[in-house]
Design a protein around this ligand. Structure first.
Ligand code: TYM
Length: 375
């Protein structure tokens, strides 16, 4: 753990993340009132709940990309997944937001599946494993409701003929000392990883190259992916004659244990889209909460929703109504809401979300090929 008490890298998130500190360190801006007003013009006059609740909380050049849009220049969306296992609900947070942006702005979505990255960083995974997970995770992406004909998924190892030309042009401008400083690489990092940042930066310019004109790019993702944009894509864009990609960053959905983001490496505190419904419900009923040890104390002192993962689930995804969310917060604080009841309601909502998602995952198999970009 660093001396600031938390770690956020593309491969590791540990400790209690101080998002204000992170914004300062990464040099990103908060989404302020003025920008919220500007966004509202495109989001049916209402703030998207994930913006209103500060789940998506910071950005780079979002104001710029909206100005260009206003002037009639459309942008594309770029996001992705490192297929190291099954998809969990945390991963879906930026995908649902991206899907909504696609609808608001009628934007194309380019979705990178970094089977190469996860093969290179995970000692226990073979390339066959990560390719297998990429196709499995692709079903989750499609199940989120992206638009066919406007959404393009690609696996790095299978789309490399197109990506490689872009990646080498990027790589030529990035030194080893730059990637060491940004990503913490050392002399024992394998050389695949040293080159990989150029591959994750490449899709920022892919549509511009495919269509032969400069097209603005907006990347929705959690803030852990920022080093790729800050240190690589944005640094080289002007030298290659492209716009710098803009970003909109979200916070991390926590795991169901005490502290820390939802992570596939702690399966008992993560809800996977493929979990059986009763398994997901049991994980929620066993979760850590911000409540008191006994019902009597809870009634007398109230709980603390600010440190409670269960409350965060409502806030991130499972309570659409702002009024009811506030009520839940106040009822927890006052002690009138007990953790058992709060968990039970969440378990039912997550279960019905999973049930529908799993049905859509099955249907997605029939249209998978329509979404995959191939060389
Ligand atoms: P990966 O597979 O680690 O994560 C996929 C997406 O989910 C976000 N994320 C989360 N969001 C909210 N709460 C969480 N607990 C949580 N955990 C992960 C990540 O920020 C990411 O947006 N290298 C990337 C794959 C990638 C990519 C991209 C991601 C390639 N190109 C462009 C975003 C944008 C990766 O391993 O993501």
């Amino acid at each position: 753990m660093s001396d600031r008490g938390f770690v956020v890298t593309p491969w590791e998130v540990k400790g209690e993340v101080d998002y204000d500190k992170l914004m300062e360190e990464f040099g990103v801006q908060p989404i302020d009132d003025k920008l919220e007003e500007k966004l509202k013009r495109y989001t049916c006059g209402q703030l998207h709940p994930q913006i209103g609740r500060k789940v998506f909380f910071s950005h780079r050049d979002l104001d710029w990309i909206l100005d260009r849009y206003e002037d009639g220049e459309k942008f594309f969306l770029y996001t992705g997944r490192g297929p190291s296992g099954h998809t969990h609900i945390g991963h879906i947070i930026p995908w649902i937001f991206t899907r909504d942006l696609q609808r608001y702005f009628d934007a194309e979505v380019y979705f990178q599946l970094t089977d190469d990255e996860k093969f290179l960083v995970k000692p226990d995974l073979s390339l066959e494993d990560t390719i297998g997970y990429a196709y499995d995770n692709a079903l989750d992406v499609i199940a989120c409701g992206f638009e066919k004909g406007k959404t393009w998924l690609f696996l790095d190892t299978e789309y490399m003929k197109t990506l490689y030309g872009i990646a080498v042009r990027i790589a030529k401008h990035i030194t080893f000392s730059t990637v060491k400083a940004i990503f913490g690489f050392t002399s024992s990092t394998n050389i695949g990883m040293v080159f990989f940042p150029a591959i994750q930066a490449a899709p920022c310019f892919l549509p511009s190259i495919l269509k032969g004109r400069n097209i603005p790019c907006l990347i929705p993702a959690a803030i852990d992916q920022d080093p790729y944009w800050r240190g690589v894509a944005r640094a080289v864009a002007p030298r290659l004659g492209f716009y710098k990609p803009a970003q909109i960053h979200c916070k991390f959905l926590p795991g169901l244990g005490r502290g820390g983001k939802m992570s596939a490496s702690q399966p008992e505190t993560a809800i996977f889209t493929t979990d059986r419904l009763e398994v997901a419900e049991a994980k929620i009923m066993n979760a850590y909460t911000g409540g008191q040890p006994t019902v009597k104390e809870q009634r007398a002192k109230g709980g603390n929703p600010d440190i409670c993962p269960i409350y965060q689930y409502y806030l991130f995804l499972f309570e659409e109504d702002d009024g009811r969310l506030k009520e839940r917060y106040l009822d927890c604080r006052s002690g009138s809401l007990l953790c058992g009841d709060c968990k039970e309601t969440l378990a039912k909502r997550v279960s019905s979300f999973l049930k529908e998602h799993q049905k859509r995952r099955i249907k997605a198999k029939n249209v998978l090929e329509d979404f995959i970009l191939r060389d």
